[in-house]
Design a protein around this ligand. Sequence first.
Ligand code: PAF
Length: 283
Amino acid sequence: MTTILRTIAEVRAWRDQVPSGERVALVPTMGALHAGHMSLMELARRRAGVTIASIFVNPLQFGPSEDLSKYPRPVEHDIALLKAAGIDAVFLPPVDELYPDDASTFVVEESVSLPLCGAVRPGHFRGVATVVLKLFNIVTPDLAVFGQKDAQQCVVIERMVRDLNLRIDIVRGLIVREPDGLALSSRNIYLGEADRRAAPAIFASLEAARRAFEGGERNADALAAIGRAILAAEPRIKLQYWEIRHPESLELIETIGPAGALFAVAAHLGATRLIDNYLARTA
Ligand code: PAF
């Protein structure tokens, strides 16, 4: 049975009746669930005896010109998917349950949140870190599962957990893709037909760089040039960034060393912004 919880008090009462010794896994989402999210739910179920998902379209992480009002909210469908997946509880708070009108305390990470998406979406990771810390405090999970597709988000949350001494394991779930390579995203539904046909070039650019990396190329500029060249050949794609960075510090690197590297891409197709990445490992 899946319990629907709408208030913080309801979540706390639910959490209090979980037998001590049972591990609780939280999967935070903004809903519009797809197979990528469902793979995170499966991972949560494998890692913990008790699972809770949250569905909350977090206004704090959207910029003023972003898609908050039109963000898809198929709540009944999402609940049905979570029930079918055997998730024990779903937290569906209204906005004023999480943000009182005069809320004035926020979480700001000051290093790994600055480049990549942080540079083009000011305030985004402040919104993400704040809501995730709030969810952690409300649910008090033993572990929380996030998708590797939002690689920088994972790094920001891992940094927050380390810096603020939170006793929560962060687990990353693999990227799930369409057969043509497009990473699953709730925003893919915005793509028109021609943009949808062009979108797999993002994955193709990462694949081309991956092949060169696996062939022994370690120079970050050379690898990024390979990736950018693939996207330059697709006129519908307006590249925002294609960068190679240290996987934990997110600093730019010249040569890929033993820590490996994050290859990260963001691009617009029409009004739709897509991100994707590849985690290069040397071992
Ligand atoms: O990845 C998302 O869906 C959101 O950024 C998250 C982690 C649920 C916070 O709102």
